[in-house]
Design a protein around this ligand. Structure first.
Ligand code: DGT
Length: 207
């Protein structure tokens, strides 16, 4: 993503509690002045506990986003943003692929099918969750050739392991899809527009 560094005045401290580079790029590209403070959260434990209780997958994304934001908000002042995104296909939950080969297998599994991305964002202040939003996007992967897949994988490499869907929609990854339903920023990992609207209602950024 081509990112400008044109900041629109921000009247409060904004912290992104995420190690995700694309989330940072999205906030910076939108002209927000923010800091990144990310602290570890045992996502696997939260996910496993909620799955064993039969929680809805969207609630898992929300709980993870809240846990990430709370972990930082308990120690830092300001508006703390936590986010989490899960991929769902054929009723199954997928995490980020651990290796390039796992990404290859995942993309082959996704070929010709539609999957959902459930993206949660939670804002916390002084250790309390004060706002939340969930965006569900639907993406239909075309029946791409093995040759295209190898070309794409060689182009993106390790970046595919940083994305829950094993693609980067903002780049040549767009060529994987025949149809998407939902918001561009939510696909990338941060439901930006509802978040900006919330910050405007709180006077953090100008209306
Ligand atoms: N560049 C790019 N990244 C994507 C795309 N779709 C999903 N992602 C990334 C956004 C997130 O970094 C990641 C989803 O995983 P998580 O929600 O667990 O976040 P992550 O572990 O990366 O960071 P965090 O837990 O917030 O520290 O997938 C895309 O189309 N392009």
């Amino acid at each position: 993503m081509s990112i400008t560094n044109h900041v629109i005045s921000t009247n409060a401290r904004i912290i992104l509690a995420s190690g995700s580079s694309i989330r940072a790029d999205i906030l910076r590209g939108a002209g927000l002045n923010y800091e990144v403070i990310s602290k570890p959260v045992d996502e696997a434990a939260i996910k496993a506990a909620m799955l064993s209780e039969g929680s809805r997958l969207r609630d898992i994304a929300d709980a993870l986003a809240e846990a990430k934001a709370l972990r930082v908000s308990r120690q830092e002042s300001g508006f703390v943003i936590g986010a989490d995104q899960i991929m769902v296909m054929d009723g199954q939950l997928f995490d980020k692929p651990p290796t390039i080969d796992a990404a290859r297998q995942r993309l082959k599994e996704m070929r010709g099918k539609t999957h959902k991305l459930m993206g949660a964002v939670v804002v916390c202040e002084n250790g309390v969750a004060i706002w939340r939003h969930l965006a569900v996007t639907k993406l239909t992967v075309r029946d791409f050739s093995d040759e295209f897949l190898e070309t794409y994988i060689n182009l993106e490499g390790e970046a595919l392991t940083k994305s829950v869907g094993a693609y980067r929609f903002e780049g040549p990854g767009a060529q994987l899809f025949s149809h998407v339903e939902g918001d561009f920023f939510s696909i990338l990992g941060l439901p930006l527009l509802p978040l900006l609207e919330y910050f405007r209602t709180r006077g953090v950024i100008p209306s």
